[in-house]
Structure formats: C-alpha cells, structure tokens
Design a protein around this ligand. Structure first.
Ligand SMILES: C[S@@+](CC[C@H](N)C(=O)[O-])C[C@H]1O[C@@H](n2cnc3c(N)ncnc32)[C@H](O)[C@@H]1O
Length: 266
C-alpha cells in the first residue's frame, strides 16, 4: 500500500510536470496503477520509486510515470455531433484564406487530429490545410506519429472516410489500419504542455480542446483556456468536451452550440 508521504511526493512530481494534482482519495488508485512499475524498475517501495523518477537515471521512467497517471482515452470521431457540426459549418462558410490550420490540443494518440484531417481533406482537397496535435505524453505523441490503430477502432470512422482515407494493414501490420499518405503528411505532432505551450508558432482556424480541462483546477483551466484562445484566429472555432465548460462568459467568444464557440474579437 502506498503511504500518504509517497503519494504526496509523487503527486507533487505529477503537478510540476503536467499541472494535474490528484485528490487525496486517489491514493489507492495511484498505488495500483504504479505497482507494475515498481516491479519493472525493481524498486522496493513507492518512496524508492519516487527517488528513482526524480533522479537522472530515472528520466525515462518519469515519462512512463506521467503516462500511468494520466488518462489517454480517445477514439475516432469522438462526440460525433461536433464533427458533424464542423463539417456543415465549413460547407456553409468555407474559409476565405488558406492554409486552414487546426490544432488538436491534448491529442493523445492522434485519433482526434486524424478525424479533423479527414474532414478537411474531404472538403478542401484542392487547397492547403494542416492539423497539429500536441500532448504532454511522449508515448502518445510517438503513437500518433506512427498512426497505426487497432482495426477494431475503424468502426468509428464514417463509411465514406473509411473508404477514402483508411488503409488496412497486412503482414506485420495485420490487425491494424493506418491513414493515407495525404492525411498523414498533413498532420504534425509534438510534445507540449498546455500550461506553457512552446512548440506551435501559428494561430489556428479550428481548435479542439476536449476532455483535458476536467483534470485541472479552476486557476489552471483558465490559464490553459487563455493560452489556447489567444492562438485562435478571429472567427475561428473552439470545441470543448461535452463535460467541460468555459465556467465564465467571455467577451472574446460567442457560443454557437453548447461546447462550441466562435472567436469574435481579434
Ligand atoms: C482523455 S485525453 C483527450 C484526448 C482527446 N482530446 C479526446 O478528447 O479524445 C487527455 C490527454 O491530455 C493530456 N494532457 C494532460 N495534461 C496535459 C498538459 N498539461 N498539456 C498537454 N496535454 C496534457 C494527456 O496526456 C492525455 O493524452
């Protein structure tokens, strides 16, 4: 069982690296999520594990620790009604300027970014567009760059896009699928922290910031929202997760639908 002291120490590391702080009642969950890591790193206690991950020797394990402590659940066309909204909005009001740039902020393993990419390619195949995905987790970003997904998850991709943009794996990739070269080459992924984003030097027409704010306290949520909204172009669209909200009405955003906003000031 993990001691209160070890839980607090590990929680502090998590907060320093990601901004996420776990509630005291998550102590047992942390213990069970990390028990296999204790065995893998041959640490005899959670306290020893804590000292290991903050040491120079434990820098690789630090990234595994962050992965174990955070939730990466995602899938293609998650919260499908938001993608339907994006599609019909872009059809009705096609952008006047190209390239169109979209950002999947907290992209996890890339399904969200590739879902946006399929819509953009379908509508604007003869224009330029690009989707950027960022996440704090090195493992998920490496998986997003690889773009190999379990074939069972392709069922979430609408038929039309599946036919045009998904490729079934053969041989060593049996049981997987990927996306076409055109989709993959227009998606770029990088490791970045939403509390202090530094890798993206662009402003965006579309930003998905979904299912990540819930992990932060109110102050950090506001900081993340400000970091993200300042990178949204005038008239650009912001999508939040269905269980997330802006908390306060903002003068720079107009709600188009619950969890979907348009930037109204530069
Ligand atoms: C539940 S996933 C959301 C994936 C996708 N946006 C979706 O809605 O399907 C949350 C992701 O947020 C990432 N994350 C947590 N803290 C972060 C931070 N400070 N900066 C960037 N990403 C972070 C996690 O690594 C995880 O992959």
């Amino acid at each position: 069982m993990i001691s209160v002291q070890a839980f607090n120490q590990l929680n502090r590391v998590l907060e320093q690296k990601t901004g996420i702080s776990l509630a005291k009642n998550k102590r047992d969950i942390v213990g069970s999520r990390l028990s296999s890591r204790l065995r893998a790193t041959q640490c005899e206690s959670y306290n020893e594990y804590y000292h290991f991950i903050i040491s120079e020797k434990g820098s690789n394990e630090l990234s595994t620790f962050i992965d174990k402590m955070t939730t990466h659940e995602t899938y293609f066309f998650r919260e499908a009604s938001q993608f339907e909204f994006l599609l019909s909005y872009l059809k009705d009001k096609p952008p006047k300027r190209f390239p169109i740039r979209a950002w999947s902020a907290a992209s996890s393993t890339g399904e969200e970014a590739y879902s946006i990419a399929m819509i953009l390619e379908d509508l604007f195949y003869n224009h330029s567009w690009h989707v950027y995905g960022t996440d704090i987790s090195e493992t998920t970003i490496a998986m997003a760059q690889e773009a190999l997904f379990a074939i069972s998850t392709v069922s979430k991709v609408p038929k039309k896009y599946k036919k045009s943009y998904c490729l079934k794996g053969y041989g060593v990739h049996d049981g997987s699928f990927s996306v076409t070269k055109q989709i993959k080459s227009n998606c770029t992924f990088s490791v970045d922290n939403l509390l202090a984003p530094s890798t993206l030097d662009y402003s965006f027409d579309i930003i998905f910031l979904r299912n990540v704010l819930i992990y932060f306290d109110e102050t950090k949520q506001l900081k993340i929202l400000n970091n993200v909204i300042k990178r949204l172009n005038h008239a650009g669209l912001l999508f939040l997760g269905h269980s997330e909200s802006l908390r306060y009405k903002r003068d720079d955003l107009k709600m188009l639908q619950p969890c979907i906003y348009k930037k109204i000031s530069p």
